[in-house]
Design a protein around this ligand. Structure first.
Ligand code: NAD
Length: 361
């Protein structure tokens, strides 16, 4: 039966998107909760290879399919969300698209650009939608920095630093196994690099120099640092760490006339801007071994502090857009070519780290 929902203006009715989920683990259960808060979609059921996870889903009242095949053969299912470990995305996506289903795949979409190219070719051949859950495009910390960059609030921006720091090492599940697509470049790097490419739009990185860390794990990277050079001397640092008992700020952005910082997930931070360039006099800082005027802190009357701008985002717009793309031909928000761009950047990071060299992009 086709379910209908009222349109925003109540003058038309929209057909709901019937979606099924493969993989009911940590992120799969997040998708279920999110889908339950969206009027425009209907969750048909789920399949997970682990009976314990199937039971957990059944306990939540979710329909359980008998197999992946049974799920794909359900003709009422229009789209599939894939929320399984990274190495399984390719075979599941190809099977789902081969069965004529639209696909929403978790990040990182694949282990490398060859796998992603296969997925894109399959979606084109089958004429189905293919997108990736780059949900952190809806993070407010990112949107605040994007706004500061776009509006040049602090004058011309010349440096941006984006970091996520934890102190628990890499998780002890499939994420620390290479064959499952573990490692922090693929896990967190993919989010931060996607944010970087979306923020800078047509400005593409010219080169990258990257280093990986293996503090808690030998098999895969448990952190990395990647330094990008853009045109006009813009630099962008992306850093992920899992052995940081003191975290560095989530964001740090410098313009010619000011600096902004976002310290944490709670969006604590501020903008500090010069209010009078002419007042250059500084009281020297004297340490036991010397003195400096250049690095002396500014006095209060030459700088002004501002709160961070307010932004608003609703992550449900991701699935609303998937439905609108499938049913109404709306432009996709997360396009395969954008995902490919990030995949190439991740490959450049691995190459730079392995060969200890700058990679030109
Ligand atoms: P998880 O280990 O908690 O869950 C994975 C689930 O997939 C498990 O229940 C497992 O039994 C099941 N599974 C494994 N192989 C399967 C197969 N062939 N068919 C069906 N089920 C299968 O992992 P997770 O943290 O939920 O991560 C899953 C995916 O989601 C990964 O790609 C991860 O990178 C991504 N993820 C994304 C975000 C985000 O913010 N977008 C956050 C966390 C995880």
């Amino acid at each position: 039966m086709v379910e209908l929902i009222s349109g925003a203006d109540n003058t038309m009715e929209k057909k709901k998107l019937n979606i099924a989920l493969i993989g009911y683990g940590g992120m799969g259960s997040w998708h279920v909760k999110t889908l339950s808060r969206i009027d425009e979609v209907n969750l048909c059921g789920t399949w997970d290879i682990d009976p314990v996870r199937r039971e957990a889903a059944a306990a939540e009242g979710i329909h359980i399919y008998g197999s992946q095949q049974e799920l794909l053969e359900d003709s009422s299912v229009e789209a599939i969300t894939i929320a399984t470990p990274n190495d399984t995305h390719l075979p599941i996506a190809l099977a789902a698209m081969g069965a004529g289903k639209h696909v929403v795949c978790e990040k990182p979409v694949a282990l490398n650009s060859d796998e992603l190219a296969q997925m894109i070719r399959c979606s084109e051949k089958m004429g189905v939608l293919f997108t990736v859950h780059q949900n952190r495009r809806w993070d407010e910390d990112y949107l605040i920095i994007k706004k500061l960059y776009e509006q040049q609030t602090m004058g011309k921006v010349f440096n941006i630093e984006s970091r996520v720091h934890g102190s628990r090492g890499i998780p002890s599940d499939w994420r620390n196994q290479k064959e499952h697509g573990g490692g922090m470049v693929l896990d967190w790097g993919v989010h931060l690099l996607d944010q970087m490419t979306m923020m800078l739009g047509n400005r593409k990185p010219q080169s990258v120099y990257a280093q990986l860390t293996n503090v808690t794990n030998e098999a895969v990277d448990d952190g990395f640092r990647a330094s990008f050079q853009f045109d006009d001397q813009l630099t962008f640092l992306v850093e992920v760490g899992t052995s940081n008992f003191i975290s560095m700020p989530r964001w740090y952005i410098q313009g010619e006339n000011g600096t902004a910082v976002i310290h944490d997930w709670e969006l604590k931070g501020e903008i500090v801007m010069v209010s009078d360039w002419e007042k250059r006099d500084a009281v020297p800082v004297v340490t036991a071994a010397g003195l400096t005027k250049t690095m002396a802190p500014r006095t209060d009357e030459t700088v002004k502090k501002y709160p961070l701008p307010k932004v608003h985002a609703d992550i449900r717009d991701f699935y609303r857009n998937v439905r609108a793309s499938i049913h109404e031909g709306a432009q996709l928000l997360v396009r395969p070519e954008e995902v490919m761009e990030v995949m190439h950047i991740m490959e450049a990071i691995f190459r730079s780290a392995e060969e200890n060299c700058v990679v030109y992009l």
